[in-house]
Design a protein around this ligand. Sequence first.
Ligand code: UN1
Length: 497
Amino acid sequence: MSNHLYKNLIGGEWVPARTGKTFLNVNPADSDDIVGEFPSSGAEDVDAAVTAAAIAWQTWRLVPAPKRAEILYRTGEILTQRKEQYAREMTREMGKVLSETRGDVQEAIDTAYYMAGEGRRLFGQTTPSELRSKFAMSVRMPVGVVGMIAPWNFPMAIPSWKLFPALVCGNTCVIKPAEDTPLSTFNLVQSLMDAGLPPGVVNIVTGFGPDAGAPIVSHPGVRAISFTGSSEVGRMVGQTAAGNFKPCSLEMGGKNAMIVLEDANIDLALDGALWGAFGTTGQRCTATSRILLHKKIAAEFTEKLVARADALKVGNGLDEAVQMGPQINQQQIETSIRYCGIAQKEGAKLLTGGSPLEDGTFDKGHFFAPTVFAGVKPGMRIAREEVFGPVVALIECTDFDEAIEAANSIQYGLSTALYSRDVNKAFRAIRDLEAGITYVNAPTIGAEVHLPFGGVKQTGNGHREGGTGALDFYTTWKSVYVDYSDKLQRAQIDTGE
Ligand code: UN1
């Protein structure tokens, strides 16, 4: 059986890569299941996409924002109709279980409706002038052609966080989906086109980072870059963008801490820990990868968590009974193996898991056992570095202050969580945890699209996706002064009296 061959989308046309090369998109749960064949693009493909986007920008920027927003609204409706199909296709290419891929499509739907509403806001300011008969205001202007590089863990939600605000603000886009999960971006953009998006406004170039991602970042016609991925690649993206003074939004790693105090509802905290650590097979930048346990509840919590991790049903995410799918590829399995080795060498105690699952039903996929380490100290690498797999580190603390200090002692600052019934401690945690997101009595995952998403320290470079943060990135402020006095009035010199 021949594979379905997908093409790049450039100026509204489906075209093969000029490199002539392709790559296969394979189901991480089943190597016999080929999802499709996609172009392995290079700099020339990127250049054609940027040219198409630049041409489209000349007309798209003039379409009134409420009209641009209507296309997003219709896209939300189309995605709603196709939710089940797109979720299934996403599970095939990404591996996470169906309930989660439905959630991923839902996150794109939420973003569509939220950003559609922004079409009738995009508020600027009007403010008095210091001079008579003079009017002052600020308006949001589109940036131009925006380059987007997306990750594989939220194959539709994260492209929607990038595309939808960019579009409502009047930008045109060149997007490179992750090579592991391109189909979900195709599905998202197909929905935009079916909703009436004009040709060239969104262009897709598929391929690998060095060949297809790097030329987007360095292209002089690309005015801004939005990147989600590892801190390692993000640093290169940021450095290249800085060379051209290009605004660049980086969303990168995390090592997200959940603190469980002695007064917490332990069963609630266990539910949260299980979902936060093993949901999406631990492959979220917001995943709960450290749990800081008050010493009074540590033993009980640890025992129950291990029992529940052992009971998780791992397998192909298309099976509704499965609770945890595979990792995305063999490289991620290798990373999990490597960190389990490092943790044990450092003296952490492996309580369960620690190795790939390879026998029987697992033999055609990239499966890893849910893994729990205890006896972890805040200075160990397993407590400081991102694994991006189903591996959680338990750290014992003597009190609240020590837990906050340990939580803050790392280079990342994306998400955090506190389980406690003490309202004073909850508000101190909100104040003191160094992170872009803090949850109280909920795990570190579960951000909603209308609030800012992003982190501090090496997680990001100060920008936010979601909420109004996204509008700030995809627009540039223009200050406008209209002098209707019919005479020269000099700011800061004439009195205006
Ligand atoms: C990510 O972790 O890569 O907050 C994105 C969440 C999701 C988005 C996660 N809504 O967990």
